[in-house]
Each structure stands twice: as C-alpha cells, then as structure tokens.
Design a protein around this ligand. Structure first.
Ligand SMILES: Cc1cc2nc3c(=O)[nH]c(=O)nc-3n(C[C@H](O)[C@H](O)[C@H](O)COP(=O)(O)OP(=O)(O)OC[C@H]3O[C@@H](n4cnc5c(N)ncnc54)[C@H](O)[C@@H]3O)c2cc1C
Length: 380
C-alpha cells in the first residue's frame, strides 16, 4: 500500500493544520468549559470547504476524495474534537447520505446549502431504547398519502440544536421490521418538532448534543430518502462511511496528545535531566508513536477502499475500533507524562482524554465494531 500524499492532499492537510492552530486552538479550553458550540469556527470551516469535502462541486461541495477528508479530520481533531465532530457528521452522515441516496430535488434544496456550510445537518438514529440495537425504532412515521406523520424521541443528536436539516430514521410499518423503516428529511421549525435540552457531557463538550421530540410532525412525502422501507439500509450504509470519519477523529486526538506529551517530555526536568531521558517515559512515547502509525494506516486504508470503490465495511470498522482504542490509551498516557500538569486544563491533555472516550461509543461502540468485524471475517 502506498499512502504517498499528492500535492493537493498535502496542501489541504496544511490548510487544516493552520486552521486548527490559528482558529481552533484559541479559546478551545474556554469553549470546553462553557460547553460553547464553536459557531464562528464552523462558519469559517464552511468557507474553507471543510463541511462538504466529498460532495461534487455542482452541489456546492469541494469535490475531494475520502483520504483528503480524513487528513482534515485528523488535523482538526489534534486540537478540537468538538469542532471536528461537526465536520464528520455534516460530511459523512448528512452530505454523503443525501448525495448518494437523495433525489435531485432534495440535493438542490438541501445538499447545496449543507455542503457549502451555509447550514449544518444532523443524523438522527438513536433513541432512548434504540442505540446499538438500531432496529428497535420506536419513532413512527405513519404514511398519510402525501405526507408522513412523525411521532417519537431521538437521543444524543450531534448538532441537535444548531442544525437546520435533520435526517430522521423512523418506523413506518412495524410488521415489516427493519424493512419498514424510512429516512425522512425534517426541517427545523416544522410544526410539532421540538429540540430538547443540551446534554452536559464528559467530553466533546463544545459539540451541541440534544434529544429531539416529534409530536405529529407532518413531513411531505418528497422528503423521504430513497424507496419506501429503505431507511434502515440508508442508516447502515451511511454509518459505514461515518466510521471512517470518527476513526480519523480518534487518530487526531491520539496524535495531538502524543505531540503534546513528546514536547513536554523534552522540557520537563526530574532528577537532573529531561524526563524524556528516563527510559520509562521514552518507551511510553515509542509505544504511542507505533500505535498511532498503525492506526493511521488502518484509517488511510479504509479511506482508500472507499475512494477505490471497494467494500469498506470491514476496513472502516477495524479503523474505528483500533484508532479509538489508541486514542483512549494515548490520551491517558499523555496525561501521565504530564504528571500533575496533565490533570489541569491548561495543558490540553486532560480534555483530550475526556474527548477520546466518545470515539469508542458513537457511530457504533467498540463492541459493535467487533460484531461487524467478526461477521465479516467469518461469513464464508
Ligand atoms: C456525545 C454523543 C453524540 C452522539 N451523536 C449521535 C448522533 O448524532 N446521532 C445518533 O443517531 N446517535 C448519536 N449518538 C448515540 C450513539 O451512537 C449511541 O450512544 C451508541 O450507538 C450506543 O448506544 P446506547 O448509548 O444506546 O448504548 P447501548 O446500545 O445501550 O449499549 C450499552 C453497552 O452494551 C454494549 N452492547 C450493546 N449491544 C451489544 C451486543 N450485541 N454485544 C455486545 N455488547 C453490546 C455496548 O457496546 C455498550 O457497551 C451519540 C452519543 C453520544 C454520547
């Protein structure tokens, strides 16, 4: 496998690195503390084309490949995972889902604005009783001829309060099980659609996570994505690509924490020498570096599989499983290398340790990734 980056990919990577240092780093601690959504930073990322990276230019996107997208996700996540999750959800779940499966009218009406960053979107699958078991949808979308009537509650929705467009998964025909599920485009402001309170989270505290309530929301038929009953397939196909974005987020958190720990170990002195000269610290860094590089290869491989039209279910799940484990482990070790300073906010690594945890939970927990991987390797 050759992961030599093209001139264009290197330029995009550098642009994301510069943006992270100049625009995300200032205020990242305060935003985390106050659970403040990075609205201004998201607006600027839209201007840079980071919110519709893989969408064709004719629909307002940047027309880039998945590898460019993961490079950007990695660089942003090194500094601010609360900002990078907005990029991940908007690109992988909302824009990709609409561009791949939406009608031409839906693309013209919604995708163009989402891809250009004029508005952001949310992907609404999880419910109080349907997380890992996404087939247990209790939200209903009853077919009324020219429209659906939606009732129910969605949980943990990223961009829940700030989005304008929501891709909502709901059960139309209970008898048909997961084949009776639809994906509908719901707009903010539709009558009966309410946004619940913001969650008070352990990590990615700048990200805007809400529950959503639907009370007899009338959604026009033309807002259904794909054929009747396509909703569950839509969600699974979309999440398979979403995992590559979250894997890149995990990789970025790991790489960011490692870089801070490496730097600190060459400055901090104990017993008359820089702590990097103590083998216990140097070996921690060696392990971190090795695992991050292994995670990077898995993430790039999954991105290249997607770009080359190959099946990326297995490679995406492996990338997310491994990169999220490396993110958690690396962030914990980065705190350890910082000693007491690692335990306070100013040095960033404590935030990264808190942020890393979510990468093992959302878009399929680590246990669910192992189900996907084991099914794939045992199927023949
Ligand atoms: C900050 C945040 C943002 C999120 N953003 C979104 C979003 O934008 N859109 C959205 O739809 N959802 C979102 N989610 C929801 C997220 O995807 C779910 O939390 C996740 O899928 C797990 O579901 P659950 O919380 O119901 O846990 P459960 O499914 O109840 O799982 C609990 C535990 O049991 C394990 N488990 C469950 N089933 C099995 C099994 N068969 N075998 C082994 N172990 C199993 C799980 O791995 C986990 O450890 C978000 C969640 C959070 C916390």
């Amino acid at each position: 496998m050759d992961f030599t980056l093209s001139e264009e990919q290197l330029m995009i990577q550098q642009a994301a690195k510069d943006f992270a240092q100049n625009e995300l780093l200032p205020g990242v601690i305060e935003r985390d503390d106050a659970q403040k959504f990075p609205a201004e930073q998201v607006r600027k990322m839209g201007e840079l084309g980071f919110l519709g990276m893989m969408v064709k230019e004719e629909y307002g996107g940047s027309g880039l490949d998945t590898l460019s997208y993961v490079l950007v996700m990695e660089e942003l996540s090194k500094v601010d995972a609360s900002a990078s999750v907005v990029v991940s959800v908007n690109n992988s779940l909302v824009c990709w889902g609409l561009e791949t499966f939406g009608s031409e009218a839906q693309k013209q009406k919604y995708l163009t604005r989402l891809a250009s960053g004029e508005i952001i979107g949310a992907f609404c699958l999880s419910e109080p009783e349907a997380g890992s078991d996404a087939t247990s949808q209790k939200t209903t979308a009853i077919d009324m001829g020219d429209h659906y009537v939606v009732n129910g509650t969605k949980n943990w929705i990223t961009n829940g309060g700030t989005a304008e467009v929501y891709l909502v998964i709901a059960q139309t025909d209970v008898e048909k099980g997961h084949k009776g599920i639809n994906a509908l485009i719901v707009e903010k402001g539709m009558e009966g659609f309410e946004i619940g309170p913001k969650e008070n989270k352990l990590g990615i505290r700048g990200s805007d996570t809400h529950s959503l309530l639907f009370n007899d929301v009338k959604v026009p038929k033309e807002n259904r994505i794909g054929e009747d009953g396509f909703g569950f397939k839509f969600a699974m196909k979309t999440l398979a690509g979403g995992r590559i974005g979250i894997a890149a987020q995990a990789l970025g958190i790991a790489a960011g924490a490692y870089e801070l720990a490496r730097k600190y170990s060459k400055e901090r002195k104990a017993f008359g020498t820089e702590i990097a000269n103590h083998q216990a610290i140097a070996f921690k860094l060696a392990d971190m570096h090795t695992k991050i590089q292994a995670a990077r290869h898995l993430v790039y491989e999954a991105a290249c599989d997607k770009d080359n039209g190959k099946d990326y279910t297995l490679s995406g799940a492996m990338a997310k499983l491994y990169a999220s484990e490396v993110a958690m482990e690396t962030a914990v070790e980065a705190v350890q290398i910082h000693g007491g300073n690692g335990f306070v906010k100013d040095y960033h690594v404590e935030r990264m340790m808190r942020d890393a945890k979510i990468t093992q939970i959302y878009e399929g927990t680590s246990e669910i990734q192992k189900i996907v991987i084991s099914r794939s390797i045992l199927k023949d």
